[in-house]
Design a protein around this ligand. Structure first.
Ligand SMILES: [Zn+2]
Length: 46
């Protein structure tokens, strides 16, 4: 998994929202967060 913004290393983490928690990927370089919903909805651009 590489960051769509800076192509850095992303780590799989647990995040806590206002009402529920979810799992997603966080970039260790720029802090970009990608979760499952974003992955399904986003059209990846190169
Ligand atoms: Zn990044």
């Amino acid at each position: 998994m590489k960051c769509p913004r800076c192509h850095g290393i992303m780590v799989f983490e647990k995040f806590y929202g206002s009402q529920e928690h979810f799992f997603g990927w966080r970039c260790v370089h720029c802090g970009e967060i990608v979760d499952q919903v974003i992955l399904e909805n986003r059209s990846w651009k190169k």
